[in-house]
Write a protein that binds this ligand. Structure first.
Ligand code: 9MR
Length: 677
């Protein structure tokens, strides 16, 4: 069997097994320089290795060309899945993310349809199909560019990329196909491990897909996390796609990785209203079930069998299960989501799920998991359900708070109320799916994430983890929904745009958000620039992060990286924080960042208060105040702000009516960017 293996070259180790083009190896190319693995222009008048998937005909054509003289024409199609196909087995390495681009145009006279790009992979003869570019409109009037990315995560003995069209008969042309990858820089090995920093409080996890246990991603995962949650591999559609046929290969690979790396596994999830195959809710005659006693008995029997098989397969290897997911709907008077499960069984699906899970895995921790549990109305309905079921003896051991939040919402206070609400029950709580979107509404889309937003995100991570730590007597684990910003569900939810919600950037380097969790005094030391790239048909970005510190690994940008920022660089940035406030008084903190390439020494920062505040005491600098105007000069020991460096000073002040934050600052007479928090 020819196999593609992770991160290794076709050398003596694999002699006779696989040939990988030398230029395809991440080991031979510099980080951040794109490497083209395949380029098909057809201008030499050949098919350049492209073949038909079935009986359709592929041939070089001069009728139209996206560039040069030729394209590849595809005629005689009789099924939607037919189209031009190229073997990429020898070009592809497991765990490497490839960017695909191809231009598609219908043949003259054909009616518009849609086309997509997929990969067919086979392991021991069993085929799987992965979508690389989703359905995109194509016409005979012009060329459409289909772009997307793909990471192979499994060993395979057959691997092709192909273009198909929704119309079963449309003839089409493709041209200028390319497959490339951009090698990642090494992960930072000298920064503190998140799991070590938080070891006294709780385990720290990440949701992962199979590609993320390989190569640099696998190294990052092992370094920082001591728990993983399979993002999709344990859901019903993955484990039992047809009745009684169980598929555990993908989840097994993740569980085996966890065992080998001393990591825990959270099982996610046994019962959900999404990603449940249609057969589960069909009766014996193949009709959609309606609420009858027979159907209720059948669906509960299926639930029982499913949980027995899945939980039984893993036994002690998965010691915690999200038994049920997202069952609350706060807009219902009874608080219960009107899912098919509820419609057919009422509360009995919950009772059955927990009872059977406990029976099969008596030592496992059984969790009820939901999102927006900070929202009081939802929180209270979840609480009521947990109380009711536990009073009946239903074995619910823990409440899972997903914590999909954003840079502005929710408040720490509301989040704290979420935790304290469940405290009287003495029940364990887990943060199960945390991420912090950089967006606060659906209309926003940043070509690059503004530095201010990333800093705000870092302070949010700091504040939320401080909260979790304060309540760590109630919290056994905190899991992030993803490993790094190159893989997040938020890129396509609630709209398609690049999001950056996690601790590591798209190049797997530590963000300010990471420092927010690990050492908040270092927030702001990371400078981030971004290179626009494309993924899944939409423009996204690759983020370059540089941490300036003698005690951490410094990753420098390569000369070839084009950097753009959505905001012009500011000569200085000021973050003014009200640390705490009481009637008539407050404690403040100001952090100044030098955004220039030169050291600033000495320094003097000014601002004006608009509401009569008066500084009474200041540390980390020397202050004077003349009416509303404040000037803070450096202390003797912090007179130099290095390029990209920061200084912080704190103070106590008084206020009368309102404690309004200043909005404008100058550093040595130059205006700074104000970041309001
Ligand atoms: O991360 C998962 C994503 O890859 C799937 O497409 C999606 C399907 O609904 O589910 C995502 O995970 C969800 C989790 O299972 C439950 N809470 C919300 C998560 C984000 O949608």
């Amino acid at each position: 069997m020819r196999r593609v293996l992770a991160g290794v070259l076709a050398t003596s180790v694999l002699a006779g097994l696989v040939t990988i083009a030398a230029q395809a190896s991440p080991r031979t190319a510099a980080a951040d320089e794109p490497v083209v693995v395949v380029s098909s222009t057809f201008d030499d008048g050949t098919t350049q290795g492209w073949t038909a998937r079935a009986s359709e005909v592929v041939a070089p054509s001069t009728a139209v060309a996206h560039s040069g003289t030729h394209s590849l024409a595809v005629t005689g199609r009789t099924a939607g899945w037919q189209g031009p196909s190229l073997s990429i087995l020898d070009k592809t390495q497991k765990g490497v993310r490839y960017e695909f681009s191809v231009w598609v145009r219908l043949a003259a006279g054909q009616t518009g349809t849609s086309a997509k790009v997929s990969v067919e992979r086979r392991t021991a003869g069993t085929p799987s199909y992965d979508q690389v570019v989703s359905s995109t409109a194509v016409t005979a009037d012009g060329w459409a560019n289909l772009k997307g990315s793909y990471t192979l995560a499994a060993d395979v003995d057959f691997l092709t990329a192909y273009v198909e069209a929704a119309s079963e008969t449309a003839s089409l042309h493709i041209d200028d196909f390319s497959m490339s990858y951009t090698p990642l820089p090494p992960i930072q090995t000298h920064i503190p491990s998140v799991k070590d920093v938080l070891a006294d409080h709780f385990t720290v996890g990440a949701a992962v897909e199979n590609a993320q246990i390989l190569n640099n991603h696998g190294q990052l995962l092992a370094k920082h996390f001591n728990s993983i949650t399979p993002g999709n591999q344990l859901k019903w559609d993955a484990t039992e796609p047809t009745e009684g046929t169980f598929r555990f290969a993908d989840a097994d690979a993740l569980v085996n990785w966890a065992k080998a790396n001393g990591s825990a596994v959270r099982g996610h999830t046994l019962v959900w209203h999404q990603q449940t195959p249609a057969w589960v809710f069909k009766d014996a005659a193949g009709n959609d079930m309606t609420a009858t006693p027979e159907n209720k008995a059948l669906v509960l029997a299926r639930l029982d069998a499913h949980i027995r098989a899945v939980v039984g397969h893993y036994g002690a290897d998965i010691p915690v299960w999200d038994v049920v997911n997202e069952v609350i709907d706060e807009n219902q008077a009874d608080g219960l989501r009107r899912s098919k499960w509820f419609e057919l069984t009422g509360l009995d699906y919950l009772r059955t799920a927990f009872r059977v899970a406990r029976e099969v895995a008596p030592n496992a921790q059984l969790v009820i998991n939901d999102y927006n549990t900070n929202v009081p109305s939802k929180r209270d309905k979840l609480y009521d359900l947990v109380v009711k079921l536990r009073a009946e003896g239903v074995p619910i051991d823990a409440v899972g708070h997903q914590m999909h939040i954003n840079v502005q919402w929710p408040s720490v206070t509301e989040t704290e109320a979420m935790l304290t609400k469940f405290a009287p029950l003495g029940i364990d709580q887990q943060i199960t799916e945390m991420d912090i979107s950089i967006y606060t509404d659906n209309s926003q889309s940043y070509p690059t994430p503004p530095r201010e937003v990333l800093l705000t995100q870092a302070y949010r991570y700091r504040d939320m983890f401080e909260l979790y730590k304060r309540h760590s007597d109630k919290i056994s684990s905190v899991t992030l929904w993803g490993l790094a910003d190159d893989g997040t569900w938020l890129d396509s939810f609630p709209v398609t745009r690049k999001d950056h919600p996690l601790l590591f950037d798209t190049r797997l380097q530590a963000k300010d958000a990471y420092w927010g969790v690990v050492d908040p005094s270092r927030i702001g030391e990371t400078t981030t620039t971004t290179t626009p790239t494309t993924t899944s048909g939409s423009t996204t970005s690759t983020t370059t992060t540089t941490t300036t510190s003698s005690s951490t690994t410094t990753t420098s940008k390569t000369a070839t990286l084009t950097t753009t920022t959505s905001l012009p660089p500011a000569p200085c940035t000021v973050v003014y924080t009200v640390v705490s406030e009481w009637q008539g008084g407050f404690q403040g903190e100001v952090r100044v960042t030098n955004g220039t390439a030169n050291a600033i020494s000495p320094w003097s920062l000014t601002w004006s208060y608009s509401a009569g505040q008066q500084i009474t005491q200041l540390w980390g600098g020397v202050h004077t105040q003349d009416g509303a105007n404040v000037t803070v000069r450096n202390a003797s020991w912090n007179g130099t702000i290095a390029p990209a460096g920061t200084v912080t000073f704190g103070f106590l002040g008084t206020w009368a009516d309102r404690n309004v934050k200043p909005i404008a600052y100058t550093l040595n007479g130059v205006s700074c960017r104000a970041m309001i928090r």
